[in-house]
Design a binder for this molecule. Structure first.
Ligand code: KG4
Ligand code: ZN
Length: 345
């Protein structure tokens, strides 16, 4: 089954084609095209939604054309079109959704609307090498991105239930805002990671909010305030202070993410842990998970997509469509910026 996946929920325009084999449930990536308006948002220190939507208009058709070209396919070869219909910025979402609806109509292809958050989980179901094996269930998933920090339980390949999430800022959002306080470029996450490499982990004691709470909630806005207060006491920020703060911020974020994921893993007797979202591209997060899981000897398989599949892309949307979603009359598909995970366990 050949599926074109279209992603336009925020500042990335993605189109990808997967070949999904129904018999052995293998998803192969035939092409994965991406255009990003990140450098434009770096100039304004963050995303101005209208700018992001205008960039989506520019990129959407070229990116879809490129995906077809790279996969050496024609529109008639496709079996379905999948598109992110939420959550995200309404202006950005509308570009992908309206494009996909139009293509579904003119190419006479079924349209599959996909929840973007599901996409980040299903990025782990793309076979990236020949000995790839799909995750075993139950699985616990952690979506950590610029807009979300959510823990979910997957009882089987098409059931995802929400266990908990952030009460305020998402982990990536907090790192982006702290990056700004430190004078780092946007988005702060990867720059904090880089600066942290030379930092002293013991220099500052920043809070890992809710780390001991008996639930799966997260909160990162207090961390941002703690860093702000610390910076107020510093006369001038030099690169070594920025590195030390970055290392301690990163540690505070990672400690709580890893701890709560492992508690959920134990509570639900899970066999796999699936990471997804832009923050999952962070090497220190990946290493801490690997280290903790091997010291605890839990016999769990950790799945983390390659970095380009952690951040937003069309391949994860096509894959989520294959595993979890069904086609819908294109006239009925509408962008929903407030879409969420299913909360009923
Ligand atoms: O998944 P994504 O591309 O978009 C959303 O759905 O939000 O995630 C973007 C977020 C940003 O907050 C960015 O700072 C963060 O992911 N991010 C990172 C890293 N790479 C991207 N955070 C920490 N370390 C990284 N290496
Ligand atoms: Zn995302």
């Amino acid at each position: 089954m050949l599926i074109l996946g279209i992603e336009s929920s925020c500042d990335e325009t993605g189109a990808a084609i997967i070949n999904a084999e129904s018999k052995n449930k293998k998803v192969k990536l035939l092409s994965n095209s991406l255009a990003s308006s990140l450098s434009l948002h770096a100039k304004t220190g963050g995303i101005i939604p209208e700018n992001a939507a205008r960039e989506q208009i520019k990129f959407i058709i070229p990116v879809i054309k490129e995906a077809l070209l790279k996969a050496k396919l024609k529109p008639k070869d496709l079996d379905a079109i999948a598109v992110t219909y939420g959550p995200g910025l309404i202006g950005s979402l509308l570009i992908g959704v309206e494009t996909a609806k139009t293509l579904s109509y003119i190419w006479s292809k079924p349209l599959i609307p996909v929840n973007h958050l599901y996409g980040h989980i299903y990025a782990n179901f793309i076979s990236e090498d020949s000995d790839y094996r799909v995750p075993e269930f139950p699985a616990v998933g952690l979506v950590v991105s610029g807009g979300h920090t959510d823990l979910v339980l997957m009882k089987n390949q098409n059931s995802i239930k929400w266990l908990g999430g952030t009460r305020d800022d998402a982990a990536g959002e907090a790192m982006d805002k702290i990056g700004r306080l430190l004078g780092l470029p946007y988005p702060g996450g990867p720059f904090i990671e880089k600066a942290a490499l030379k930092g002293n982990l013991k220099k500052y004691k920043f809070p890992s909010p809710l780390i001991n709470s008996k639930d799966y909630d997260f909160s990162f806005s207090g961390l941002k305030t703690a860093v702000y207060r610390e910076i107020q006491t510093i006369e001038s920020l030099d690169s070594s202070i920025i590195s030390d703060i970055s290392a301690c911020v990163q540690k505070a974020v990672i400690d709580v993410l890893v701890k709560k994921t492992i508690i959920a893993f134990r509570e639900y007797g899970a066999k796999s842990i699936l990471l997804g979202g832009g923050v999952a591209a962070n090497n220190s997060l990946r290493e801490t998970f690997n280290f903790k899981l091997s010291t605890l000897n839990l016999g769990v398989k950790l799945f983390v997509p390659t970095k380009s599949l952690c951040t937003d892309n069309g391949a994860m949307i096509a894959t989520a469509a294959f595993y979890n979603n069904s086609s819908s009359d294109f006239r009925k598909v509408e962008a929903n910026p407030n879409l969420y995970f299913d909360t009923a366990l």
